[in-house]
Design a protein around this ligand. Structure first.
Ligand code: MN3
Length: 228
């Protein structure tokens, strides 16, 4: 009797697994926020963080999953998708960007962040922008002068050099529609939804406070991955 029950349970489990596996495996997971909603108070207030992560980000993700299903993107990497983004319906560009960009944004910040980049990354920053101070100035300029909604980026170009980009909406440097192609290693969201509750119209103050929370260890990791 006991054996029969176990066999039956195994059979049911087997059927359940079979059913789960028969669905297209999705590679697009919704990442957990790597800290609490109030962890980055120096930069972002708790309410903004809650709305930004749990509403905006989740909506981008959900809509991207729908677009991914509709366009047979499951199993493809985001890099692959973005390289051909102009060939897909606009939803892939907007929601795929919204998904990828925010996932990177959460990761390049930390309650233990701030300070300065070190080692090879700092060296590369100095090589590309002549000094760390100049890099900060250029990045802030990109973030504050971007008209409307979009993102400021630090990315690595095809020759391995760092560059700063300001891109509208949810575009990013991996996309084939970007004026200059590169692999992003640092991202700053300058949509009003990212800062309006605390900063209102003062985007520049929001941008200045970003430096207090940048997770340079993570940015260095992103940079290292681009080195061949
Ligand atoms: Mn956002």
């Amino acid at each position: 009797m006991k054996t029969k029950t176990i066999i039956l349970l195994n059979l049911l489990l087997g059927l359940f697994t079979l059913k789960a596996n028969s669905q297209t495996p999705t590679t697009f997971t919704f990442p957990a926020l790597p800290y609490s909603y109030d962890a980055l108070e120096q930069f972002i207030d708790k309410t903004t963080m809650e709305f930004h992560y749990d509403k905006h980000f989740r909506t981008y993700y959900n809509n991207f999953i729908k677009a991914a299903d509709a366009n047979n993107l499951n199993g493809k990497s985001m890099e692959e998708i973005f390289t051909n983004v102009s060939k897909y319906p606009i939803q892939v560009r907007n929601f795929g960007g919204g998904y990828f960009n925010h996932a990177m944004f959460w990761e390049v910040m930390s309650p233990n962040g701030g300070g300065m980049p070190e080692g090879k990354l700092l060296q590369a920053i100095i090589e590309s922008f002549s000094s760390y101070e100049n890099f900060v100035k250029e990045f802030e300029k990109a973030a504050t002068t971007l008209f409307g909604s979009g993102w400021a980026w630090l990315a690595v170009d095809d020759s391995g050099k760092l560059f700063i980009a300001q891109l509208p909406n949810q575009d990013n440097p991996l996309m084939d529609i970007a004026p200059k192609h590169g692999v992003p290693i640092l991202a700053l969201d300058v949509w009003e939804h990212a800062y309006y509750l605390r900063y209102q119209n003062k985007r520049a103050d929001y941008v200045t406070n970003f430096w207090k929370v940048i997770n340079w260890v993570k940015v260095a990791e992103n940079y290292k991955k681009t080195l061949k």
